[in-house]
Design a protein around this ligand. Structure first.
Ligand code: CA
Length: 232
């Protein structure tokens, strides 16, 4: 079963970009370009996740979100709100209306994909694989444990989340800001250097058996997990 993602977005270029990327990740995608149509459709089917634009014809994303939360069938439906507005007060309004997460346009597609994956994992662990393997690193998401080369890697909660986030998209370069958003959450007030500190700890933990360092520092850009590496 592929997780079903509903995209409610009236900008066709954006909804097509989202459809393309979501389908490439193996999701089943339905695009709706009006708020009122989405309201009706959500009474027929309940997707696994909703990507909801803020400004929509027919019915605003905010109002739709409020209605979704009032109905028992969709009360816990994971919602990521997309918006062109970045003001903090608007974010708060969006979150208090019941959105689970908030992404400001223009956003990075890999970051959004990583957030979708993380949210589906939290809401519906059965639909997302409980084990991920990249190279010789294996993550057991149910037990929150990491192994490298069969050896258990002891990680703090932040290092675990960081590794999980990097492993969700091997080879992709994440900026410090994206890592902060993805790992610490978008309401964090954490300095970007904190990312470097935790990357350092993660590196030490996963190379404790003298294995090769799988994390690549990309100067001026951020960090990435090598998608091709073997232990030394
Ligand atoms: Ca719009």
């Amino acid at each position: 079963m592929h997780p079903k993602v509903m995209v409610v977005e009236d900008e066709e270029a954006l909804s097509e970009l989202l459809r393309y990327n979501l389908e490439a990740e193996g999701y089943e995608v339905e695009v709706i370009d009006r708020g009122d149509d989405a309201d009706l459709r959500l009474r027929e089917i309940v997707p696994d996740l909703l990507l909801l634009d803020w400004m929509l014809p027919g019915l605003s994303g905010i109002e739709l979100c409020r209605r979704i939360r009032l109905r028992s069938e969709t009360k816990t439906l994971p919602i990521i709100m997309l918006t062109a507005r970045s003001e903090e007060s608007e974010r708060v309004r969006g979150l208090s209306t019941g959105a689970d997460d908030f992404v400001v346009k223009p956003f990075s597609v890999p970051e959004l994909m990583a957030r979708i994956k993380a949210m589906l994992r939290r809401s519906n662990p059965g639909k997302v694989s409980s084990h991920i393997i990249v190279g010789d690193i294996e993550l057991d998401r149910k037990a929150h444990r990491a192994h490298r080369n069969g050896r258990e890697v002891r990680l703090g909660p932040t290092e675990y989340k960081l590794l999980e986030f990097l492993m969700s998209a091997p080879g992709r370069v994440f900026s410090r800001e994206q890592l902060l958003d993805g790992v610490w959450g978008h309401n964090n007030y954490v300095d970007e250097r904190t990312v470097d500190v935790h990357i350092g700890r993660l590196r030490r933990s996963i190379t404790r058996g003298k294995e090769q360092d799988p994390i690549r520092t990309v100067r001026g850009a951020g960090y990435s997990l090598n998608d091709k590496f073997v232990s030394a």
